[in-house]
Ligand binder design. Structure first.
Ligand code: GLV
Ligand code: MN
Ligand code: MN
Length: 429
């Protein structure tokens, strides 16, 4: 991909080039690729860089009590409620550069676009870069988003990362005051709406030769932790027929999960993405295995039926192999419809930017928007990505598509303003 030189003024190109800059050290904790877990050193360096870009674009930047970065572009009067635009700045391990970050960079570009034109609205615009959406440090995702939506629970502070550091300690090490964590929560009256631009992370837009799409809803998700315990033993002396091998049982479970995920509707998916084997040495029959299970579907009913089928299949395998099984539900994200009124505005904005009727699609990937929907009406814009590949360093977007996305976002904001003005007018009649 040949990227044209970065422009000095607001542009999708600048958004892409900035994502590329943030894709390596010091903005990554992994010198060999991109890994930016919540509250790590790469996260801290990234916030400094983003704060400078927000300031340059005409915003006042701050880091909230949960480690989210916020840039505020004031409205015509101070303290006006805000239209919030954002996505996340954290990444999975060995990530692509655009998942999450492109939405934050496009938010900055949208503000820069209006600031260059000295345009203010009756509402403020706030650009937010959430610190944790992926859940790649702690076992649960969207911690920082939940802090803003006011749905973080006290027990979340005790969650441990792989090194045994609790969320509370990680916040303190990052320089944040845990006692003030609830200050990250935003009152409903502060936030008029939440809008997120994100790469599609799937192949539909590319297959249909479309740069942009509009999200109608986000799929329901479950995340479980499965623990299988057998009996560890000597790999040379333990007869095969006497073994209670936790890894062999877990392997059969993984295949059952794959089969159940593949046997439902197209939008049902089930994944085992992490596995830890104990003691994890070549000459010991594995005594215990812990693995993750991620189940998603367009509706809660389909997801729940699949989860029940997984439970039953795993219990059957555990019984037959004489191992114990513990399934802990770690995360339950409901299917989340986008706000119909905002979705109509986004469809009009995409139609205006592209000159063709927009495509709407359901997102199988989870997004900050799922949590923000509990705080304010939300809408999402999707941007085509190469081969639908994401959570992979090969993730790629076209700069022309990012330019179109910026056009759609600024047009959406204009329409949002016009709609608010029309309803205020009606209210005075
Ligand atoms: C986030 O990327 C998710 O869908 O898990
Ligand atoms: Mn992701
Ligand atoms: Mn994402």
């Amino acid at each position: 991909m040949v990227i044209p030189p970065m422009r000095e003024t607001a542009s999708g190109i600048r958004a892409v080039v900035r994502c590329d800059e943030l894709g390596t050290a010091p903005y990554s904790d992994d010198p060999a690729g991109l890994f930016r877990p919540y509250l790590g050193a790469g996260h801290a360096a990234t916030l400094d860089r983003i704060a400078a870009w927000m300031t340059e674009a005409g915003m006042t930047a701050r880091i909230d009590a949960a480690g989210n970065i916020l840039g505020r572009y004031e409205g015509q009067s101070p303290d006006a409620p805000a239209l919030m635009i954002g996505s996340h700045v954290d990444s999975v391990r060995d990530a692509g550069r655009y998942d999450g970050m492109l939405g934050v960079m496009l938010g900055i570009e949208a503000v820069a676009w209006f600031a260059e034109r000295r345009r203010r609205f009756p509402f403020a615009i706030e650009v937010i870069g959430f610190g944790d959406e992926e859940g790649s440090r702690f076992p649960v995702s969207m911690l920082a988003t939940r802090a803003v939506a006011g749905t973080l629970a006290g027990q979340d502070l005790d969650l441990l990362d792989a090194d045994g550091t609790s969320l509370a300690t990680a916040l303190e090490i990052f320089g944040l005051d845990v006692a003030r964590l609830d200050h990250a929560a935003r009152p409903r009256e502060d936030v008029l709406a939440y809008v997120e631009a994100h790469i599609e992370q799937g192949p539909v837009l590319e297959a249909e030769d479309r740069a942009l799409g509009v999200v109608s809803a986000i799929a329901a998700q479950f995340r479980f932790r499965a623990t299988v315990c057998g009996v560890a033993g000597h790999a040379g002396t333990m007869a095969m027929r006497l073994r209670r091998d936790a890894l062999a049982a877990a392997a059969e479970m993984v295949l059952a999960i794959e089969r159940i995920g593949g046997a439902g509707t197209d939008d049902l998916v089930a994944t085992v993405g992490r596995m830890e084997v104990r003691p994890g040495v070549p000459n010991v029959v594995p005594g215990a295995v812990e693995f993750s299970i991620d189940i998603r579907a367009g509706t809660g009913a389909v997801r729940d039926r699949a989860a029940e089928a997984v439970r039953a299949a795993l219990a059957g395998i555990a019984g037959a192999r004489q191992v114990t099984l513990d399934l802990e539900l770690q995360q339950d994200l409901k299917a989340t419809p986008c706000d119909p009124g905002l979705t109509r505005l986004m469809e009009q904005a995409v139609q205006h930017a592209m000159g063709i009727a927009p495509r709407t699609l359901v997102s199988g990937a989870g997004h900050d928007a799922m949590v923000m929907a509990g705080l304010a009406p939300m809408s999402m814009l999707f941007i085509r990505c190469a081969g639908g590949i994401s959570h992979n360093p090969a993730e790629a977007v076209r700069v022309e598509d990012a330019d179109l996305a910026l056009r759609a976002m600024t047009d959406f904001i204009e329409r949002f303003d016009a709609r608010a003005a029309a309803s205020a007018q009606q209210g005075t009649q």
